[in-house]
Design a protein around this ligand. Structure first.
Ligand SMILES: C[S@@+](CC[C@H](N)C(=O)[O-])C[C@H]1O[C@@H](n2cnc3c(N)ncnc32)[C@H](O)[C@@H]1O
Length: 280
């Protein structure tokens, strides 16, 4: 039984880092005319109304996008991210926050393809509605890791795989590593983006160690925290682990991460990491 709804969290500090990294990678792949495929293993419903009861409950967007939205001095990468959110809010009032499938939908070209998976029936229905007329896309109501694995490798031989589970099931921490190993065997040149929450730091230490020992090379990690590690408060930090990052990615994120941490800090506190876990 799935109870997680991302609408409660849309646009929070974790979404900012996640979607910024995603946009950097999409834009990088677009530098070549050749088509590519975007796989989203845990898509969510696609778009979030920030005035909905869900989003209003804890107003988590106020820990993220709201703090950046109207800044005049954004570094280049964050400006690109905010511009993307702005295209979904044409009257310059922040009412909608796009999820990962909507971001990809907006940025990808007519000759690229999107493969989206969402297991929750209601979320899948909403997502399917949004993509009903988008001929580039296929939307699956199946386990996203199993389905994506069956679809790899893409005939285009170029692609991004976003793995963004809610980690409601604790076995997800192990499953994502197994998935990455199997997916990498089938599609070694793919760009893989794995999101993780820091709720219990030990789980992330184990996740990092498993990836470092997996035999997969070329792995970089970015993390942003707005509270010190503690198991008493829920998610305090979150990060993105990127396999085969575009060669420009680390510099782009490094150029804006300090700025982001300063803008999103809580009571003067923030932490960040930008590390190559495994070299090329
Ligand atoms: C963190 S949310 C995704 C947010 C989305 N990627 C975004 O950036 O807007 C995780 C989603 O995964 C869905 N989900 C949970 N288990 C799944 C599974 N095994 N396969 C596919 N989707 C799943 C949940 O219903 C939820 O909508």
């Amino acid at each position: 039984m799935l109870s997680y709804r991302h609408a409660f969290h849309a646009g929070n500090f974790a979404d900012v880092l996640k979607h910024w990294v995603l946009i950097e990678c999409l834009e990088y792949l677009k530098q070549k005319e050749k088509p590519f495929v975007y796989y989203d293993t845990h898509s969510g419903p696609g778009m979030y109304a920030l005035d909905s009861d869900y989003a209003q409950k804890n107003q988590e967007f106020k820990t993220g996008i709201s703090l950046l939205w109207d800044q005049a001095d954004l570094p280049k990468g964050l400006l690109q991210y905010c511009d993307c959110i702005r295209t979904q809010n044409p009257d310059d009032t922040l009412r909608h926050y796009p999820g990962s499938p909507s971001i990809a939908q907006a940025l990808m070209r007519e000759w690229d393809r999107l493969t989206l998976c969402e297991l929750h029936r209601t979320e899948h229905e909403i997502l399917s509605g949004q993509f009903a007329h988008d001929k580039r896309s296929e939307v699956w109501n199946e386990d996203g890791l199993n389905r994506t694995l069956k679809l790899l490798p893409p005939r285009e031989r170029r692609g991004i795989v976003l793995i963004d589970p809610s980690y409601e099931m604790k076995e997800d921490y192990e499953r994502v590593v197994e998935f990455l190993q199997a997916a990498h065997r089938k599609f070694a040149q793919g760009v893989y983006l794995l999101w993780y929450p820091v709720v219990e730091r030990e789980r992330i230490d184990r996740l990092e160690a498993a990836l470092i020992n997996s035999g997969i090379r070329n792995i970089t990690l970015f993390e942003l925290g707005i509270q010190a590690d503690t198991e008493a408060r829920g998610m305090t930090s979150s990060g993105m682990i990127v396999i085969n990052p575009p060669w420009t990615l680390k510099q782009s994120i490094d150029d804006g991460l300090d700025y982001l941490a300063k803008k999103l800090e809580v009571d003067g506190f923030s932490t960040l990491r930008s590390e190559v876990l495994v070299g090329e």
